[in-house]
Ligand binder design. Structure first.
Ligand code: SF4
Length: 226
C-alpha cells in the first residue's frame, strides 16, 4: 500500500471506449510504456525520465497532457479520490502500460471503497491486480518494442478492444482469437477504429457485422472531452 507508483495524471471524465462507454470514471494514467505503438495517442506517457518527475500537487492539478509524472502511493491516490471524486464508482487504470506495475494493493483499496476497477492493458507484462478487476486487453502485434502478450494474462481477460486501421489488423486479430480460443471464446470483442478515421470506421463496421463483434468509437474524441 505504500510502494509509490509513477502516475502521469488522475482525472474524472466519461469512459469513452468499450463496454463502459459513457460511464463516469476516474482515470489513473501510469507513466511508462515499452510497447511503442506508432499510432499511440499517449506518447507523452512512455518515458520514465527522472527529469520529468514533479511534485504530487503538480500532477493532481494537471489539466493538459505532458510527460510530467509524480511518484505517489496507493494510500495517497485513495485519499485524493475520496476527497475529490467520492461519488464516482468506476476507476480506469490506464497508461502508458499499467501492467508494468504491481497494482494489486491499489485495486483492493479501491474495491474496499465500493469502486469497480477496470484496467486497460496490452497484457505484455504479468498482470498484478485484484481478482475482481475488469480486464480490457488491447492486443498489440509486431510493435517496435517487440513485446509479446503474456499468455497467463489471457485467463483474466473480460473484454478485447482491438485497434483497427487496416485489413491486416483484422487478420492479426483473427489469428490471435483462433490460437487462444479456449481463453477467449466467451469474451466480447470490440473493434476500435484508429483515430476515428472514416476508412477505419468503415472497415470496423463491416467486420463487426461479419463477425458479430462490437464497434467502439472513441466517444471522448467525438465529444471533445479529456
Ligand atoms: S501500449 Fe498503449 S501506451 Fe503503450 S505505445 Fe501502445 S497504445 Fe501507447
Amino acid at each position: 500500500m505504500n510502494t509509490p507508483l509513477p502516475v502521469n495524471e488522475i482525472f474524472a471524465t466519461l469512459q469513452g471506449e468499450g463496454s463502459f462507454s459513457g460511464k463516469p470514471s476516474i482515470f489513473i494514467r501510469f507513466q511508462g510504456c515499452d510497447v511503442g505503438c506508432s499510432w499511440c495517442d499517449t506518447k507523452h506517457s512512455w518515458n520514465l525520465n527522472s527529469k520529468s518527475e514533479v511534485t504530487i500537487d503538480t500532477i493532481l492539478k494537471k489539466e493538459s497532457s505532458s510527460s510530467n509524472y509524480c511518484l505517489i502511493t496507493p494510500k495517497q491516490i485513495i485519499a485524493y479520490i475520496e476527497a475529490n471524486f467520492k461519488q464516482i464508482k468506476h476507476v480506469v487504470l490506464t497508461g502508458g502500460e499499467p501492467s508494468l506495475y504491481n497494482l494489486q494493493p491499489l485495486c483492493l483499496a479501491l474495491e474496499s471503497l465500493d469502486k469497480q476497477v477496470q484496467i486497460e492493458t496490452s497484457g505484455t507484462s504479468p498482470l498484478q491486480i485484484s481478482p475482481n478487476t475488469w480486464v480490457v486487453l488491447s492486443p498489440k502485434f509486431d510493435m517496435p518494442g517487440k513485446k509479446k502478450i503474456v499468455i497467463e494474462n489471457l485467463s483474466l481477460v473480460n473484454e478485447i478492444k482491438m485497434p483497427v486501421g487496416k485489413p491486416s489488423d483484422m487478420l492479426n486479430l483473427h489469428k490471435f482469437i483462433n490460437e487462444y480460443n479456449h481463453f477467449l471464446k466467451d469474451v466480447e470483442i470490440y473493434l476500435q477504429p484508429l483515430s476515428n478515421a472514416p476508412s477505419a470506421i468503415k472497415l470496423c463496421i463491416s467486420e463487426a457485422i461479419k463477425n458479430n463483434f462490437r464497434l467502439s468509437l472513441q466517444l471522448h474524441k467525438i465529444i471533445n472531452i479529456r
